[in-house]
Design a protein around this ligand. Structure first.
Ligand SMILES: *Cc1c(COP(=O)(O)O)cnc(C)c1O
Length: 385
């Protein structure tokens, strides 16, 4: 079986489980994005929630990208790791007073506002500080992202964003708020989107909205199309970098920018998922009645995606060259959902073998918990092993 290229000898000396980050792949990915957006009115804000490991954040900030944050602490993490405040955007349906103040105190680029009451509170805080908060309206475009329901965010009966019907009322509130300045619109419809048609549908909605705002005499310098670009979880060795070029080209083609307009994206998963691997050790090979279980020392507390959204991760035994056999790969947590994969083929495995759970750089380490009083997973980096 084709396997990733891992420094197995070094891994043997490390305690498991841990996240291993391929920093060369991250750099190549960032270069790809840079090249695809150079000399274009495109701004990239990395979605910090996908992975807020300080080394990862620093690497992305060093390349001059901005940050998309969904909490006050994410804003602080972004600032601490080198993102300039004027490249930070702040989204989220439930911004607390403290979080709004963090944004205002640091003069972030833009609040992506998700409701009328949020706008009112934001105006009050901005007025108290004698500031003007720049705002983009997060609009719910009622588009099905055709992805798992837990990662779909753009349908009408979904907690995210302002619905189209509420826009006239929203504009009234903004007009009555001297400390808010509307600079654009924001649409993020979901995650792990692999069908380009979904993004074409999004462009149609954005064009309609742009016309509607234009008809009200409101210019929109910022068009923020959110994140959501999917990666290939099935073939991490063949397709290690997401289709950024065609993604940006699709928007350029379907969303011709007007004078003074810039296009903003908030990729999270597509930047960091491929470079991260969860390395875990086989504790026991357990014979079931009809199948074999590999019980490994990583569990859903280290990587919750399979348990939470039935997500698929490609898995490899990186220390065995024996003939493949079918296994269920399960963790040690006391939950039946603590299973990484069922009946997948892995090289014949024994106690102590190292297992690589691939494409785990996004929504992996950051979602780790201490359930069962477990330790949080460690992280190691390819350039500092
Ligand atoms: C989660 C999120 C993103 C990033 O989504 P990915 O699928 O990881 O690219 C971008 N913008 C907002 C507002 C988000 O909530």
């Amino acid at each position: 079986m084709i396997k990733g290229n891992f420094p197995v000898q070094k891994f043997e000396q490390l305690n498991t489980p841990f996240y291993y980050y391929d920093m060369e792949l991250l750099q190549t990915t960032l270069d790809t994005i840079k090249k695809a957006t150079e000399n274009k009115p495109i701004h990239i804000h990395y979605a910090v929630k996908a992975n807020a490991n300080p080394r990862i954040l620093k690497e992305i900030a060093t390349r001059g990208f901005g940050a998309d944050c969904v909490s006050g602490n994410e804003i602080l993490a972004a600032l601490e790791n080198g993102f300039p405040p004027d490249k930070i955007v702040f989204a989220g349906v439930g911004k607390s007073d403290r979080e709004i103040q963090i944004g205002l105190d640091n003069n972030i680029f833009c609040f992506n506002a998700e409701s009328i009451p949020e706008l009112e509170v934001l105006n009050t805080h901005a007025a108290a500080k004698g500031k003007t908060a720049k705002v983009a309206l997060r609009i719910n475009p009622n588009i099905d992202a055709h992805t798992h329901k837990y990662i779909t965010t753009g349908l009408t009966e979904n907690k995210f964003g302002i619905s189209r019907q509420h826009l006239p009322q929203t504009l009234k509130v903004i007009n009555a708020s001297p400390n808010l300045r509307l600079i654009g619109i924001h649409l993020h419809i979901g995650s792990q989107i692999t069908d380009p048609q979904t993004f074409e549908d999004l462009c149609v909605k954005i064009n309609e909205l742009r016309e509607w705002f234009g008809a009200q005499g409101i210019p929109l310098p910022v068009i923020n199309a959110g994140g959501g670009l999917g990666i290939n979880y099935r073939h991490p060795n063949h397709i290690p970098i997401a289709g950024f070029e065609s993604h940006f080209r699709l928007f350029e083609k379907n969303l011709p920018l007007q004078e003074g307009q810039t296009l903003h994206f908030e990729p999270g998963r597509s930047i960091v998922a491929p470079c991260g691997t969860l390395i875990t050790r086989v504790l026991f090979v357990k014979e079931g009645l009809r199948k074999k279980f590999l019980i490994v020392d990583a569990g859903m507390t280290d990587l919750i995606r399979p348990a939470l959204y039935q997500a698929f991760h490609h898995i490899e035994n990186i220390t065995s060259d024996r003939e493949p056999e079918p296994y269920d790969v399960a963790g040690p947590i006391c939950e039946s959902s603590d299973v990484f994969a069922e009946q997948i083929h892995l090289n014949n495995s024994t106690r102590g073998d190292l297992i690589a759970i691939r494409s785990a750089g996004a929504y992996g380490e950051i979602m780790a918990s201490r359930y069962n009083c477990r330790d949080l997973p460690l992280s190691h980096f390819s350039d500092r092993l």
